[in-house]
Ligand binder design. Sequence first.
Ligand SMILES: *Cc1c(COP(=O)(O)O)cnc(C)c1O
Length: 431
Amino acid sequence: MHSFSYKNGSLHCEEVNLADIAAAVGTPVFVYSKKTILEDLEEFRRELAPLNAHIAYAVKACSNKAILHLMAQQGVGFDIVSGGELWRIINAGGDPSLCTYAGVGKTEAEIRYALQQGIYCFNCESENELRTIDRIAGELGCKAPVAVRVNPNVDAHTHKYITTGTNENKFGVDISRIESLYATIAAEMPNLCIKGLQMHIGSQLTEVKPFVMAIEKVAPIAAKFKELYGIEFWSIGGGIGIVYDGCLASGKPEWWAAHPEQITIRSYAQAIIPLLKPLGLRILVEPGRRLVGNACAMLTTCLYEKKGEAKTFKMIDAGMNDIIRPALYEGYHEIWPVTEHSGDEITADIVGPICESGDFQAQNRRIADVKPGEVLAELSAGAYGFSMASTYNSRPLAAEVLVDGTQWCVIRRRQTLEQMVEDELLPGEQA
Ligand SMILES: *Cc1c(COP(=O)(O)O)cnc(C)c1O
């Protein structure tokens, strides 16, 4: 459930008219709903209550300081994938001891920083990496907490670029090799402390079954590692999908009643609890997309329209530099006019200003016949939206806004042109 709906003919986020935000801040702008984030967090906690479960929000989905601060205030932990993300957590008032650090390519400087900050655990992805952490921990005179990411070789039935849990992917250690790797750590890496086990099979999973299959496959190993090495946690990763196609309607309970197959926090929890509870381990869940994805709309203005031989195009002021998901992995976002239309639907491509044919937000989409000057809302823009933005085509980064009830505030100023080039130097200028 989310907090975007039409009220009196105008699209609102909670109690705020999105037209007001667009008028005050300009477009493109990402607008987040605090209520949606808090409610979803609460739902995770309520549904997972029978387990000794902890939420580790996957920071890469959306890493704005105000969003991280909000999460930190709620006492959630964080799943990070770089030293930069750890720095952001600390900067936003988060607790490093609640951070798990994932990723296949941690640098020595990042490992040192994470050890000095006292993170909860490194989730490692290769023997090479484990040996590097062991050496650095030895140099620093400390013991590094580690888990290894096991790759259960389960197909998550999601887009191939966001599937991570098959043995074709770069992630994790094959399930057939994980037991011997743990034995090697115990025997040969004295500066590591084996603290847990991790897995993450992919992103935007819309069904529960692949999660169940992966957990069933790995649970015996988790139980064995608890006995052999006294591991305290098993992180089962994130990947819980959201509704993209049907997003606006999914703000109402009726939609959910008509779509019983769509994964929910409840159906996810109810399927996994019986498999995990008997293990007696602390369970970590790492949702990213599910906590922020539907909690945001990106506002953009229609600039022009053009009818060609084959297609009608609506040009907007947001490009693939603002939201790359459609170009990168065929991501789908609903697009609605902020001022409600009725009965004037056409089929059009919604395209950005970037000089790339891949720069579209929607193709062959049934959409209201919006006119130049009208503001549109691109829904489900909270996850892997702003966090993947760039300044490609020398377009400054968009602004971000947080809505709370009837109030709203800017949580990221729109980047200025000066800021966009401030780190560039002519040869000879002082670096
Ligand atoms: C990206 C990632 C997540 C979050 O995935 P979502 O699909 O956003 O829930 C969780 N864990 C790891 C290790 C990740 O890389």
